[in-house]
Write a protein that binds this ligand. Sequence first.
Ligand SMILES: Nc1ncnc2c1ncn2[C@@H]1O[C@H](COP(=O)(O)OP(=O)(O)OP(=O)(O)O)[C@@H](O)[C@H]1O
Length: 224
Amino acid sequence: MDTIGNLPAGSSNVGVVLAASGISKTYKQGVWPFRRRNHVLEGAGLSLNRGEIVGLVGENGSGKSTLMQILVGALPADAGSVELHGSMGYCPQRPVVFERLTCDEHFELFGVAYGLTREERRAAQARLYDDLDFARYADERADRLSGGTLAKLNLALALLPDPMVLLLDEPYAGFDWDTYLRFWGMVGRRRESGQAVLVISHFIADEERFDRIIELREGRTAPK
Ligand SMILES: Nc1ncnc2c1ncn2[C@@H]1O[C@H](COP(=O)(O)OP(=O)(O)OP(=O)(O)O)[C@@H](O)[C@H]1O
């Protein structure tokens, strides 16, 4: 597969921030002679434009998380290409945090990893604590957070560098109603500033919140 590259400057797809095509992925399971091949993706593709909120739906096991991990570069595809214009943030389905670090320490660590200055990181951190309403857990260790607060930290860490493209794998599964509404408020502000968001979603009720919905079925993507 082509490595993630930047779309060329002056590309005719001026509004496109992420473009993937021909993505295929087969998982091999078991050992010979019982080896089984699971063809999860067979030529899937999608594109995201500036200021677009796109939903990715499909039944359980259809390959949504697999596709998202390939888009973000966390998993190699067998075939296909992914082109990215700008920075990307990713919020995985299962939080990737360090049990013994506090929320504040996570922001500090991720700020360094993203190359933010201390001032940039502090300003973004304060805004995220406020937007997601979890500043009171700043000094709490990750292994002592509730599932919902852990999900807030997971989302906040993806948002910390304010990426052009945000990929979210079922980000609000553990959120209460107030946090769910705060989440969509944040997504709406990103749309207004021209950033793009791709969300794996299971809730039919969410459909009206998206500009477009893409369905993954039998390894391929199609507009819903
Ligand atoms: N690391 C792996 N090794 C082998 N098989 C895998 C692996 N990860 C996923 N699979 C299989 O690939 C298929 C697609 O899984 P994936 O998690 O991408 O689906 P999904 O659409 O995100 O599912 P869900 O809606 O349940 O979260 C499933 O059959 C799953 O069992």
